[in-house]
Write a protein that binds this ligand. Sequence first.
Ligand code: I3P
Length: 109
Amino acid sequence: KAGFLARKLHADMDGKKTPRGKRGWKTFYAILKGTVLYLQKDEYKPEKALSEDDLKNAVSVHHALASKATDYEKRPNVLKLKTADWRVFLFQAQSTEEMESWINKINCV
Ligand code: I3P
């Protein structure tokens, strides 16, 4: 599965709230491949290798939990992702259908 997702960092690996200055929304082209959610700055080009930033932004969704972010009301179609290393991300999809599709795909990994 692939598509555009806006990401907001909510909590870091220690489970603590992501500090100010790093909490802004940023749009990526997301690709779920195996147990990894790749977040790339640009749309996927098969001939282009992943950049260092792309690798840094990749998230393991193994033993992660995705759900609708019912407590976040500022934007529509936002899902919450809790990872096995205690990070929390918010991802905004482009429609309700897309959000539900991402939640199902991530939870079925
Ligand atoms: C954050 C940015 C986010 C905002 C967040 C700010 O600032 O403005 O858009 O979240 O508020 O801290 P920065 O880019 O300097 O990290 P919302 O869009 O959800 O309001 P928050 O700290 O209340 O999460």
